[in-house]
Design a protein around this ligand. Structure first.
Ligand code: COA
Ligand code: AMP
Length: 633
C-alpha cells in the first residue's frame, strides 16, 4: 500500500511542474509564469520563468491588507536587554515601507546589493524585507564574524549601502559592531556609498559625516514606498557560506522558487497553519534565520519570534520554556547544540516543571548531526515529536525530513528520515554507481533540484559548476557522506571536505589554516574538527614552527588563538592549538587530517598505506594526550 508520503513524493518526481505549479498558486503573483521549470540552459535551471511577484508583498502586505493586520507578525523577545515587543503585520508593513524609502532615497535600486550586519533585533528583519520590497538584493552577515570576513563579503557583493547597528549583546559582553564595520570598510576595496546605523542604548556608535546615516532620523524623514514586482528568477538575497577555501561562497536565492518552497514547507514539513506562533531559535545571519525566522513564517501568515538570547545563561536553562509559554509557541526549530547546552545544565528537566507547555506541538532540529541521546532526551522531557531534518545553506530548506504536514513517519533517532518531496536524493560511489542500502557513499541530489535551491553562486557560475555539479554529471554534490537504509531513511555521517560544524555553525578548517599559516613563526599547520560534547565539533590546530624560532610556545599559541578570533571571528571557537615537530603526511605530501582526527577522538584507525613516516603518528598522539585528547572510549 502506498503511504500518503509516498503518494506526494511520487507526484513530485513524476510531475514536478504540476506539483510546484499547484504550490505556487498559494502566493500572490503580479504575473503568472510562462514556464514552471525553464531547463533551456542546463545545468542552470530556473523556476517560474516569466513570472512576476514581490516576496515582501507576499510576506507582509498581503497579511496587513487582509485579515491579519492586527495579528503580531514579530514578537521580539530579548532577555539580554529585558525587552518584549510585539509588532503587528500592519506595523511591520509601515516600518518596512519606510525603511525601503530610506534605501530608495539613498540611491538603492532594483538589483543593487545591501549588506546587513546586525544583531537579533526586529530591524534586521525590517531591513531584509525592505530590500525585498524594492528588488534590492540583501546579504546578511552574521554578527560573530570579524572585520576581515565582513570585508571579504563587501568586496564580493559590492553593496551600495550597509545596514548595521551600534552593537550586539552577548551574555557577558556588549559587542560593538561599528568599529568592526569601519575596519571592514577600510579593508575592502569596494566602498559603500552609505551606512545606516541603528543606535542602541548599550553602545553609541561614532558616526562618519557624510557616509553614516542614523536609522531613526532617516526613517523619520523617509517616505514609504510600495512593493516593486520582480521576476521570479531575480535574486532575493546572497548568503555567504564556508567553502573549502578562505573565500566564502555567495549562495544566491531567487524570489519565486524561494517563496513557493518556503510556503510549501511551512505546511508540509512543519505542519504549521497561518496564525500560529513559530519560533526558530537561530540567528538571521544563518540560513535557518533567513528561511525560518523571516521568510517562511511570514509567508505563511504566522507570528515569528525574534529571540535575542541563548538557551542557557539568559538567565538560565529554562529560557526556551519561558519563551514557549509566554508567547504560546507551537513549533520550535533550533540546533541540537542548544538542547545539549540545556541538558548539561538541567539534566533532570527541573526548569521545565515551572512552565505550561501544553500547547507546544513539535520540536525540529537541524544544522548539525543530531545525536540520538539528545533527541531522546528532548523527546522524554517535552513529550512531543522531535524531528531531525537535514539541509544546508545551498538548498535553503530541508532535503530530508519527517514531513509532519503530510504524515508523520516513524522516527529513527540519528536519521533525518526520508527525502523531502522534490528532492531525488541518491548515494553514489566514486564512479557514480548507486550504493546498496547501508553502504556509505557521497550524497547527491539529481538535477533539477526543487524550487528554493541555489540557482548559482553570486557572480560566479563557473565556481558553482566546479564546486557542486562537476563531480557527477547531472547531480548536485551535497558535500555530505552517508547512506540510505532499506526503508529509504538517510543517515548523514560526515563531510567529504574540510567543513566542520561547531555549535550548528558551518566553518572551514582550510580558512583557519590560512590564518595560522600567516603567522610569522609558523612553518606548517593543520586544523581538524574534534568531537565535543556540547558543540558537536571544535577546531583544533597543530603548528610546526619555523627553524630558529626561540620564542615561548605559550606566547605563540595565544597569538594564534587571537589571530583566528581577529580574522575569522569569535564564532570559530578556536581556542586550542598545539605545537608539534612534524605533521603526518602521505608520500605525496598530503597531510593526514582524517587520521589525526581519529587519534584525537580516541577512535580506532588503520595505518594509512600511503603514510610517509608512521612514527609521526606517535608524536601526534603524545601531543594530543598532553592536552586531554586521544583518550580511548
Ligand atoms: N555577535 C558577536 N559574537 C557572537 C555572536 C554574535 N552574533 N554570536 C556568537 N558570538 C560569540 C560568542 O560570544 C562566543 O564568544 P566567546 O568565545 O567570547 O565566548 C563565540 O562567538 C562562540 O559563540 P557560540 O557558538 O554561540 O557559543 P557560546 O559558548 O556563546 O554558546 C551555545 C554556546 C550552545 C549556547 C550556543 O552555541 C547556542 O545557542 N547554540 C544554538 C545553536 C544555534 O543557534 N545554531 C545556529 C544554526 S541553527
Ligand atoms: P549550513 O549550510 O551551515 O546549514 O550547514 C549545512 C551542513 O550542516 C550540512 O551539509 C551537514 O553537513 C550539516 N547538517 C545540517 N543539518 C544536519 C542534520 N540534520 N544531520 C546531519 N548533518 C546536518
Amino acid at each position: 500500500m502506498t503511504t500518503k508520503y509516498e503518494e506526494v513524493y511520487g507526484r513530485s518526481m513524476n510531475d514536478p511542474e504540476g506539483f510546484w505549479a499547484d504550490a505556487a498558486e498559494e502566493l500572490h503573483w503580479d504575473r503568472k509564469w510562462d514556464k514552471v521549470l525553464d531547463d533551456t540552459k542546463k545545468p542552470f535551471y530556473r523556476w517560474f520563468a516569466g513570472g512576476l511577484l514581490n516576496t515582501c508583498y507576499n510576506a507582509v502586505d498581503r497579511h496587513a491588507d487582509g485579515h491579519r493586520g492586527d495579528q503580531p507578525a514579530i514578537i521580539y523577545d530579548s532577555p539580554v536587554t529585558g525587552t518584549v515587543q510585539s509588532i503587528t503585520y500592519r506595523e511591520l508593513r509601515d516600518h518596512v515601507a519606510r525603511f525601503a524609502g530610506v534605501l530608495v532615497q539613498h540611491g538603492v535600486e532594483k538589483g543593487d546589493r545591501v549588506i546587513i550586519y546586525m544583531p537579533m533585533i526586529p530591524e534586521a528583519a525590517v531591513a531584509m524585507l525592505a530590500c525585498a520590497r524594492i528588488g534590492a538584493i540583501h546579504s546578511v552577515v552574521f554578527g560573530g564574524f570579524a572585520a576581515k570576513e565582513l570585508a571579504t563579503r563587501i568586496d564580493d557583493a559590492k553593496p551600495k549601502v550597509i545596514v548595521s547597528a551600534s552593537c550586539g549583546i552577548e551574555v557577558k559582553r556588549v559587542v560593538e559592531y561599528k568599529p568592526l564595520l569601519d575596519e571592514a570598510i577600510e579593508m575592502a576595496a569596494s566602498k559603500p556609498r552609505h551606512t545606516v546605523i541603528y543606535q542602541r542604548p548599550q553602545a553609541k556608535a561614532a558616526m562618519t559625516e557624510g557616509r553614516d546615516l542614523d536609522w531613526a532620523q532617516s526613517v523619520a524623514a523617509a517616505k514609504p514606498v510600495d512593493c516593486v514586482p520582480v521576476e521570479a528568477t531575480h535574486p532575493l538575497y546572497i548568503l555567504y557560506t564556508s567553502g573549502t577555501t578562505g573565500m566564502p561562497k555567495g549562495v544566491v536565492r531567487d524570489n519565486g522558487g524561494h517563496a513557493v518552497a518556503m510556503k510549501w514547507s511551512m505546511k508540509h514539513i512543519y505542519n504549521v497553519e497561518p496564525g500560529e506562533v513559530y519560533w526558530a531559535a537561530s540567528d538571521v545571519g544563518w540560513v535557518v534565520g533567513h528561511s525560518y525566522i523571516v521568510y517562511g513564517p511570514l509567508l505563511q501568515g504566522c507570528t515569528t519570534v525574534i529571540y535575542e538570547g541563548k538557551p542557557v545563561g539568559t538567565p538560565d536553562a529554562g529560557a526556551f520554556w519561558r519563551v514557549i509559554e509566554q508567547h504560546r509557541v507551537e513549533t520550535l526549530f533550533t540546533a541540537p547544540t542548544a538542547f545539549r547546552a540545556i541538558k548539561r545544565e538541567d539534566p533532570e528537566g527541573e526548569q521545565l516543571k515551572k512552565y505550561d507547555l501544553s500547547h507546544f506541538r513539535n520540536l525540529f532540529l537541524a544544522g548539525e548531526r543530531c545525536d540520538p541521546d539528545t533527541l531522546l532526551w528532548a523527546e522524554a522531557q517535552l513529550g512531543v515529536p522531535v524531528i531531525d531534518h537535514w539541509w544546508q545553506t545551498e538548498t535553503g530548506w530541508a532535503i530530508a525530513a519527517n514531513p509532519m504536514g503530510i504524515e508523520q513517519l516513524p522516527v529513527k533517532p540519528g536519521s533525518p528520515t526520508r527525502a523531502v518531496p522534490g528532492y531525488d536524493v541518491q548515494v553514489l560511489d566514486e564512479n557514480g554507481r548507486q550504493m546498496a542500502p547501508g553502504q556509505i557513499g557521497s550524497i547527491v541530489i539529481k538535477l533539477p533540484m526543487p524550487p528554493g535551491c541555489l540557482p548559482t553562486l553570486w557572480g560566479n557560475d563557473e565556481r558553482y559548476v566546479k564546486s557542486y555539479l562537476s563531480a557527477y554529471d547531472g547531480y548536485y554534490l551535497t558535500g555530505d557522506a552517508g547512506f540510505k537504509d532499506e526503508d529509504g531513511y538517510l543517515w548523514i555521517m560526515s563531510r567529504i571536505d574540510d567543513i566542520i560544524n561547531v555549535a550548528g555553525h558551518r566553518l572551514s578548517t582550510g580558512a583557519m589554516e590560512e590564518v595560522l599559516a600567516s603567522h610569522p613563526d609558523v612553518a606548517e599547520c593543520a586544523v581538524i574538527g574534534v568531537a565535543d560534547t556540547l558543540k558537536g565539533e571544535l577546531p583544533l590546530g597543530f603548528v610546526c614552527l619555523k627553524a630558529g624560532v626561540r620564542r615561548e610556545e605559550d606566547a605563540i599559541r595565544k597569538e594564534l588563538v587571537q589571530l583566528v578570533r581577529e580574522k575569522i571571528g569569535p564564532v570559530a571557537a578556536f581556542k586550542t592549538v598545539t605545537v608539534v615537530d612534524r605533521l603526518p603526511k602521505t608520500r605525496s605530501g598530503k597531510i593526514l587530517r582524517g587520521t589525526m582526527k581519529k587519534i584525537a577522538d580516541g577512535e580506532e584507525y588503520k595505518m594509512p598505506a600511503t603514510i610517509d613516516d608512521p612514527s609521526i603518528l606517535g608524536e601526534i598522539s603524545a601531543a594530543l594526550s598532553s592536552i586531554g585528547y586521544a583518550r580511548k572510549h
